[in-house]
Design a protein around this ligand. Structure first.
Ligand code: SAH
Length: 218
């Protein structure tokens, strides 16, 4: 690789991304530090590595996307706001980037992806980068991961049209589900806190994610 190539994917470039996140209002230093550590350029195709530290979503394989750094940072802030977020479930592993950022901060991260080839390449990266606390599998996120429940937080990085309330069964009371909800034109990021007899819903803002789809692709 030429020197420009190395420069564009260096720790310094990553630090500039972090500075921009801070300027945009990300205040949790733990999140900023985690994002300064994770080499995002390894989670995108080599041809796009030069653009990995721009604040944009980028295409990954199979028509999916790696989330925009700002959105990853916001969702991660929301996750660790939960006092005891020790065990987290992600739906939509994709490139594995969001899981890796969580892996820097959370004891145990579980992640489900419906496209088997994406699961496999994310798993290879987790091993290569030493994330022993991340487990991933191919499955339908709508089902959650019953054998590992209960979770402290469930984070969904693809948008269902309606809130899948059945997943609340896999959360501790006091636990939280963070997810985009809506169609391909309009989505809201919402946080749902499970209470002893119901739940509370908070709208966090407008977002756009790929859809959460049923079934797996082998
Ligand atoms: N967190 C990812 C974002 C990937 S985009 C990252 O940081 O790169 C969302 C992913 O959700 C896609 O890979 C898509 O295949 C996956 N997905 C969609 N519906 C799903 C479902 N029902 N269960 C699991 N994964 C799903």
């Amino acid at each position: 690789m030429n020197s420009l190539g190395i420069g564009m994917t260096s720790a310094r470039t990553r630090q500039r991304m972090v500075d921009r996140l801070r300027d945009r209002g990300i205040i949790d230093e733990r999140v900023l530090e985690a994002m300064a550590q994770v080499p995002r350029h390894l989670f995108v195709d080599e041809a796009l590595a030069q653009r990995a530290y721009e604040d944009n979503a980028l295409p990954i394989k199979f028509g999916q996307t790696i989330s925009q750094p700002y959105v990853v940072a916001r969702m991660t802030e929301e996750v660790i706001k939960s006092q005891h977020a020790k065990k987290v479930l992600e739906l939509g592993t994709g490139s594995g980037y969001q899981a890796a950022v969580l892996g820097q901060l959370i004891d145990e991260v579980f992640s489900i992806e419906r496209i088997d080839k994406l699961t496999r390449s994310a798993r290879r990266l987790f091993i290569k980068l030493g994330y022993l606390n991340i487990r991933c599998k191919t499955g339908d996120g709508f089902q959650g991961w019953p054998s590992e429940a209960l979770f402290d937080v469930i984070i969904c990085t693809a948008a269902p049209e309606k809130i899948p309330f059945s997943l609340l069964d896999q959360l501790h009371v006091g636990g939280k589900m963070i997810l985009p909800v809506g169609d391909n034109k309009k989505q809201k990021l919402v946080a749902i806190v499970k209470e002893p007899h119901g739940y509370q819903e908070e709208v966090l803002g407008d977002v756009i994610f790929v859809p959460l789809l049923q079934g797996v692709v082998r």
